[in-house]
Structure formats: structure tokens, C-alpha cells
Design a binder for this molecule. Structure first.
Ligand code: ADP
Length: 230
């Protein structure tokens, strides 16, 4: 199991966002977390990725607790083992694509030449080598999201956390980003935790976990898997 949560709770002030969520994510598995707006999807993703600390329960990575680690250790874990992709790519506006993608490697101590070479390779793999020297402001939303995906994967994370990664894109660009994300994750053996309210996006997953009011409401195989099994 790459990630497990056990009865995780989290409140913002008096209002509970997560009310005891337990789930597991296997190595190489693509899991979609779905449910209506406000049901706790984003909070759950942030807790699993070690960005937010739960109030109660446990989060484990390869069996070891991560929810009780210091901020510095969780931050290191996010740099080495996790990749994160948000709805809006959140690229650094002043840096060209290649430098945005190289950033996690540079922060991790890689030399500039090697980091740049790997960044170029990832831009190529995601079909946007021509964007290397472009600034985020010069790209479309779909292009920015591909660059953000390259940045999330460049360090070879064990788990990619994606929060509504296609939420700001039109259907066609969204499908393209999802296709690239799934293929890249499968090639690398990376697990994906994907938060989405969109059924067509969730259809890319191996398994779907539905939340309601901060609790797991149900779980089933992704439609692609279910179809193949029939
Ligand atoms: P979803 O991603 O499913 O839309 P969220 O995890 O964003 O759900 O939110 C779950 C609940 O927690 C909602 O009621 C939301 O209003 C509340 N919430 C989320 N973030 C905050 C915050 N930073 N401060 C206060 N309440 C929040």
C-alpha cells in the first residue's frame, strides 16, 4: 500500500470537513475521489499529501505514519516522493517552462545542467517541447497544465496528487491532459490520487471512491476497468 488513511478527521473551526475517512491506494493504482462540491475531496487530498495535518486518525506512506511528522519532514517527503498538480497549474509566472519544470530538481540539489536536461525530456514526453522558453502567460490553459504536469512528475514521484487538474480546461484539452497523465503515471509506476467532480475525468481511474459529507459513501471499479472485466 502506497498510501493509507485510517479514520481521518479534519475540521475548519466548528464545521467538520472529514468525518472519519479510511482508504488505501495501491502501488501504480489510479484512484479518483469524487463527490459533490463541499464533500471534503480537496481537504482529503491535502491531508493525504501531507500539506494539511488531520485533527484525528492516521495517514501512512508505505506503512509509516506521515501525519505526525514535522512540517520540515513532510515538506521533504513532498519533494522526494510526492508530486502535486492543482486546478490552475500555479507555474512561476516569471520563469519559462523549462525552468518551471527544472525547479523541483534544483530544490532537491541537482545541478542546473542535469535538471535542465530532464526538464526538456519531460516537456518532450508530454508533447510540448516547443514551449520550453515560453513564459506561462504566453501559453493556453491546456499548455500550462501540461507544463505543470511535467513539473509534478520530473522528480519521479511515487504518488501524484491531482486536485481537479482539468477543472479550468475545455473538454478536449482536459481529455488530452488526462490521457497524458494516465499514460505517464502507468509508465513510471506512479500511483495517482485524482480529485474530481467530473464523471468523464473519473472514468480514467482504476477505482472510484465517492465521498459525501466528509465520509466515504461508496467505492467501485473505474468504468474503464469495469468494462474490461465484463
Ligand atoms: P470539495 O473539495 O469536495 O469541494 P473541500 O474539501 O474543499 O470540499 O471542503 C469541505 C468543507 O470544508 C466545505 O464545507 C468547505 O466549505 C470547508 N472548507 C474547505 N476549506 C476551508 C477553509 N480553508 N476554511 C474554512 N472552511 C473550509
Amino acid at each position: 500500500m502506497v498510501i493509507e488513511t485510517h479514520t481521518v478527521t479534519k475540521s475548519y473551526g466548528p464545521s467538520p470537513a472529514l468525518r472519519g475517512v479510511s482508504l488505501t491506494v495501491e502501488q501504480g493504482e489510479i484512484v479518483a475521489v469524487t463527490g459533490p462540491s463541499g464533500c471534503g475531496k480537496s481537504t482529503l487530498l491535502h491531508v493525504m499529501a501531507g500539506i494539511l495535518r488531520p485533527d484525528g486518525g492516521e495517514v501512512r506512506h508505505h506503512g509509516a505514519r506521515i501525519d505526525d511528522l514535522s512540517e520540515a519532514k513532510r515538506s521533504l517527503l513532498r519533494r522526494t516522493d510526492f508530486g502535486v498538480l492543482f486546478q490552475f497549474g500555479q507555474l512561476v509566472a516569471e520563469l519559462p517552462a523549462v525552468e518551471n519544470v527544472a525547479l523541483p530538481l534544483l530544490l532537491g540539489g541537482s545541478g542546473r545542467r542535469q535538471a535542465t536536461a530532464q526538464a526538456v525530456e519531460w516537456l518532450d514526453r508530454l508533447g510540448v517541447p516547443e514551449l520550453a522558453q515560453q513564459l506561462p502567460g504566453e501559453m493556453s490553459g491546456g499548455q500550462q497544465q501540461r507544463v505543470a504536469l511535467a513539473r509534478a512528475l520530473v522528480s519521479g514521484p511515487k504518488v501524484l496528487f491531482a486536485d481537479e487538474p482539468t477543472g479550468a480546461l475545455d473538454t478536449l484539452s482536459g481529455e488530452r491532459v488526462m490521457g497524458l497523465m494516465v499514460r505517464a503515471a502507468r509508465t513510471q509506476g506512479t500511483s495517482v490520487v485524482l480529485v474530481t467532480h467530473d464523471a468523464t475525468v473519473a472514468a480514467h481511474a482504476d477505482r472510484e471512491i465517492r465521498l459525501r459529507d466528509g465520509m466515504v459513501d461508496g467505492e467501485h471499479l473505474g468504468s474503464a476497468v469495469a468494462k474490461a472485466a465484463r
